[in-house]
Design a protein around this ligand. Structure first.
Ligand code: TMP
Length: 219
């Protein structure tokens, strides 16, 4: 059944998977088709969330307890949902979010070894029944992504992790994609940009084909 609201689309992937470039591409493509769109990101998307992001990404001398990290992520998410995501969806807008709760499964469970049950509990508490309608997973070999990320300059607290951490993150994303194949669209991000964007266009057509707008958008 179609949701009686705008579509909630999330982008996921490892470091350096090209999310920003491809989100900008999808945004331009959807807007050219008349979609009223909000583009946002996690952690972040609100003033409070951006402050939490700064705290989470900054390098620290002391080790950060995985549960503290997870709770900070969900605190930012609660604010983001109340202030940005839910109002936009209820107004019939589409929301593209650069990372969402699947990143908590991939990074905090896959990467840090936390239990999926902790994330599921917080997911229900903070989101109620809201889940993304579509998730685009930009997948690339860990080494390729890290090389791109490291080429961008100074590394943040996550980017400093070892290779095995990012391999677990990637494996978890691929597992999530397998388990939720209706929601997930896998995009091979190691292909040339034109091929990735051709795939995004294909996915866009699927979104239009199965979405019944409350307020018609230009086609
Ligand atoms: P970004 O690289 O997409 O800007 O995200 C910043 C970092 O935050 C990235 O390394 C992944 C991490 N992150 C988590 O660990 N868990 C989460 O739930 C989210 C949203 C992000």
């Amino acid at each position: 059944m179609q949701p009686a609201r705008g579509l909630f689309i999330t982008f996921e992937g490892g470091e350096g998977a090209g999310k920003s470039t491809n989100i900008a591409y999808l945004q331009a493509h959807l807007q050219s088709r008349g979609v009223d769109l909000v583009v946002t990101r996690e952690p972040g998307g609100t003033r409070l969330g951006e402050d939490v992001r700064e705290v989470l990404l900054r390098l620290r001398e002391e080790p950060v307890a995985p549960m503290a990290e997870l709770l900070l992520l969900f605190a930012a998410r609660a604010q983001h949902l109340q202030e940005v995501i839910q109002p936009a969806l209820l107004a019939g807008k589409w929301v593209i979010c650069d990372r969402f709760t699947d990143a908590s499964y991939a990074y905090q469970c896959g990467g840090r070894g936390m239990s999926a049950a902790s994330v599921r509990t917080l997911e229900t508490l903070v989101q109620g029944e809201l889940r993304p309608d579509y998730t685009l997973l930009l997948d690339a070999p860990v080494e390729t992504g890290l090389e791109r990320a490291r080429g961008r300059g100074e590394l943040d607290r996550f980017e400093q992790e070892e290779l095995a951490f990012f391999q677990r993150v990637r494996d978890t994303y691929l597992q999530l994609a397998k388990e939720s194949s209706g929601r997930y669209h896998l995009v091979d991000a190691s292909q040339p940009l034109e091929a990735v964007q051709a795939r995004l266009q294909e996915i866009c057509e699927e979104l239009f084909a199965c979405w019944v707008p409350r307020h018609p958008v230009g086609r």
